[in-house]
Each structure stands twice: as structure tokens, then as C-alpha cells.
Design a protein around this ligand. Structure first.
Ligand code: AMP
Length: 426
């Protein structure tokens, strides 16, 4: 069932086919060659209104989107894309659950880029994500998929000067990708108007609807039209999310690929029993066993734990940096950028990097401190072995971890877990 659209609103300016900033209903369209970036930068220009169609595998898409996908190197849809994109294109609400690293971002970015009108200056799609790093990453994906349709994207997140975001929003953004706090900040200042949103996406939906963000979600979504399309995506959809769905969605399609809790087949999951005081030695042993081009993401529970471990690895001669919410955004960007670009082999992080971060070259995830629950475990180790690549997930179990580990093990399945032994205990 597709829902009725909101009543047409008067556009603030630059409506489809009209000159930028033109308020006059009678103004003649600006020739394509004279249009400014907002009105369709990049190329494909004429094709937006034209009959040109394209294919993404068996899915019908517009010419400019097909061209962008081919250029990125997406030849065929992944299973979640194959299942989700057609329904999303029809405007249906949808819950998409699929394993980590399976292409969920493009599964919602493609429909967004198709459903948004680049000639309309209003914000028509909003993507809500839990972390700043994910906001930047998802914004980049939407941008590159929408490039030839001239879709404009603004990433809105804390830590970046708000003025820069004002300017971008002022120029007009078709799609906003952001973290809840900064989005509400802009809403409060009147610099972000969500009344024309047609598509709202909650990426990492279970985290967005969990206690930490629940009130913010309620507030943000209340300021969008009821007629909007709402898409929820995550690798994990626990029971409490299922109960909340009716609050935000209308007769959603459910797509669940794989089991309720599932880890990727290509990841070897190894665990070691190790006393807290021996963990650094254990990590060094793991590091002595890796190939030259390893890239390792190490999770710690606390910010101070991250700082200490990153510092001591550095002193021991390893290339390591820390990432957590207590660092200035510049430092966060430097650490993430170096890790992404292959200039830093080890990133030590709190859960801020647990979800969504897509760095296909990550070879190892280390749970230096055990995650609190199975969902967190699934997301953390999902940073490796993406889209068919191989990876290793190493988990340290300290003195007090056995109860939590028992629960995780029950969900993951005994047969997927390999117990390793540390020579210094032999
Ligand atoms: P995601 O789960 O959205 O983070 O995507 C995981 C990885 O798969 C990313 O590196 C994407 O660039 C890549 N990807 C997404 N869709 C496709 C596709 N259809 N073909 C090949 N790679 C893809």
C-alpha cells in the first residue's frame, strides 16, 4: 500500500525546472547550461526530465542513477538491494534487516536519489544515524549515487562548525544526513525545515530507537509530514523495535535476510580467556601473527581505556591511534581518515566505531573489552569480512565476562566460535 502524498506546498524557490531563487511562477526555465549546482550539477542534466531509463541488474532505475552505480562499480544489486529497492521506489514503508556489510546504505540511498527532486530546494529526505563518522560516510554514498541527478546532500553533525552547515543548508540541500543532536539544534534555530520531507531513514534503526535517542527520534519525526515514507535498516532488529514500528510506519514491508542474529560466514571468530592484566600481551601476540597489510580495529569500553591502549601501543612501536567521543572532531577525523586511507594499521575505539563504518580493508576486529550484548557483538565484528571478504574477530574474555559471553555464545552458536589458547599460560 503506498500512502498519499502531503498536499502540495508552495516551494520556497527554485522549483523543478525553474531558475534558482526564482519566486515568480511565470519565470521561464533557466537553460540547463546556465543552472547552478543545486539545480543539477554534474551532468546527466537533461536526463532527469527525459525519458532515459537505466538498469541496475534487474531493477529499473533512471539513467543518471544507473550511470552513477556503474561508475562506482556496483554491477548488480546485493540481495538486500534486490529485495528492498523496488518497494522503496514505490514509496512503501519498509524494515530492512540484513547482515553487516551487505549493502544496506545503497539500498536506501538509491530510492532516496530517485524519489527526491533535485530542482526543488527543500529538504526532501532525511537520514538519521548514530555517529558523526557514519553521517559523513552515508552522506558520501548518497552524494555519489545521486551525482548525475544533481542531488545535493548536507551532512549535519556535531563537532563541525555550525556556520558551515548553515551556509550549506541555506544554499539548499535535497537530502540531509545527520546525527539527532545537531539536527535538532538546526531545527531549533530555524535553519532546518523538515516539512517537505518525503523519505525518512533510520539507519542502525535499533540504536536510533533505543533509549539514548528515542525522544530525539520522536521529536524529529513529529516535525516531518505524516505522509512521509519511513525506512528502517539494521543488521539487528530486537523485539522492542518491532513494538515501536507501528508508531512510525504504515503497513511496512518486512525484509529479513538471514537469521534474527547472524554473523557473516567469512569471519573467523576466535576467543581467548585472558586475565585483565595480560590483555596487552595477548594483543601483541595476536599482532605478531598478522600479515603485513593488516588493518585492525580494537574495541574498548571506555574513553580512558582507548587512550591508554593507543598510547602504549604507540610506545611499543605500533601505528595506533584512538577514537572516541571525548576527542575533538579534528582528532577524530584524523584518526578515522588515516585508518580509512591505509596510513594507520591500528585504530583503538569505543563503540563509536561499532556500527555502520565501512572500511572494506579491515582484516581484524578485536574485542579487547567484551561488548555488553549480542547486538553490539554482531555490529562490532561486522566491521570486518564485508561483502564476501575474509576477516578475523578476536575476543578477549576476562575474569568477569563469562556470564555475558554465555549469552552471546548462545545466540551466535557454539559451532561458529573457536577457542584459542595463549602460549604464556601453557
Ligand atoms: P554497506 O553494508 O552499505 O556498508 O555496504 C558494504 C559495502 O558494499 C560497501 O563497501 C559498499 O560500497 C559495497 N556495495 C554496496 N552495494 C554494492 C553492490 N551492489 N555491488 C558491489 N558492492 C556494493
Amino acid at each position: 500500500m503506498s500512502r498519499s502524498e502531503a498536499p502540495p506546498r508552495r516551494r520556497r524557490g527554485g522549483g523543478r525546472g525553474r531558475g534558482r531563487g526564482s519566486e515568480s511562477e511565470t519565470a521561464s526555465p533557466t537553460p540547463i547550461s546556465e543552472r547552478t549546482p543545486l539545480q543539477n550539477e554534474g551532468s546527466g542534466l537533461g536526463s532527469y526530465d527525459g525519458p532515459e531509463r537505466g538498469k541496475f541488474g534487474d531493477i529499473d532505475v533512471s539513467g543518471p542513477i544507473a550511470k552513477a552505480l556503474a561508475e562506482i562499480g556496483y554491477e548488480n544489486p546485493s540481495p538486500i538491494q534486490l529485495e528492498a529497492v523496488p518497494g522503496c521506489l514505490e514509496g512503501r514503508d519498509l524494515v530492512g534487516q540484513a547482515i553487516t556489510g551487505s549493502g544496506k546504505t545503497a539500498a536506501f540511498s538509491i530510492p532516496i536519489c530517485e524519489r527526491v527532486d533535485p530542482y526543488n530546494r527543500n529538504v526532501q529526505a532525511i537520514v538519521l544515524v548514530p555517529t558523526r563518522e557514519l553521517a559523513m560516510q552515508v552522506a558520501r554514498e548518497v552524494e555519489r549515487i545521486g551525482k548525475y541527478r544533481g542531488i545535493t546532500v548536507c551532512a549535519v553533525y556535531g563537532g563541525q562548525p555550525i556556520q558551515r552547515q548553515f551556509a550549506q543548508l541555506e544554499r539548499g540541500a535535497n537530502v540531509v544526513v545527520g546525527t539527532p543532536g545537531r539536527i535538532m539544534d538546526h531545527m531549533g534555530r530555524g535553519t532546518l525545515d523538515l516539512q517537505n520531507v518525503r523519505v525518512a531513514v533510520l539507519d542502525e534503526a535499533d540504536e536510533m530507537l533505543d533509549i539514548g535517542f528515542a525522544e530525539d527520534m520522536e521529536f524529529i519525526l513529529r516535525h516531518t509530514p505524516r505522509s512521509r515514507q519511513t525506512l528502517l535498516f539494521s543488521a539487528t532488529v530486537p523485539g522492542f523495535v518491532k513494538r515501536l514500528i507501528r508508531r512510525y510506519q504504515d503497513d511496512p514491508m518486512w525484509i529479513q535476510l538471514g537469521a534474527e542474529i547472524q554473523t557473516v560466514d567469512e569471519v573467523d571468530q576466535i576467543y581467548f580467556e585472558v586475565a585483565e592484566r595480560d590483555k596487552q600481551d595477548a594483543l601483541k601476540l595476536v599482532l605478531s601473527d598478522v600479515t603485513d597489510d593488516y588493518r585492525m580495529l580494537v574495541f574498548r569500553r571506555t574513553q580512558i581505556g582507548v587512550d591508554r591502549l593507543a598510547g602504549s601501543l604507540k610506545r611499543a612501536g605500533f601505528g595506533a591511534m584512538g577514537l572516541h567521543g571525548g576527542l575533538a572532531q579534528g582528532e577524530r577525523n584524523r584518526a578515522m581518515g588515516a585508518f580509512r586511507d591505509g596510513n594507520l594499521p591500528i585504530l583503538v575505539s569505543t563503540n563509536v566505531a561499532a556500527r555502520g563504518i565501512d572500511i572494506p580493508e579491515i582484516t581484524h576486529v578485536v574485542n579487547y573489552d567484551l561488548p555488553d550484548n549480542v547486538e553490539e557483538y554482531v555490529h562490532r565484528i561486522g566491521r570486518t569480512a564485508r561483502m564476501g571478504r575474509r576477516g578475523y574477530a578476536v575476543t578477549f574474555l576476562a575474569e568477569w565476562d563469562f556470564e555475558t559471553w554465555e549469552k552471546i555464545r548462545e545466540h551466535i552458536g557454539e559451532d561458529r566460535l573457536i577457542q584459542g589458547s595463549l602460549p604464556f599460560y601453557d
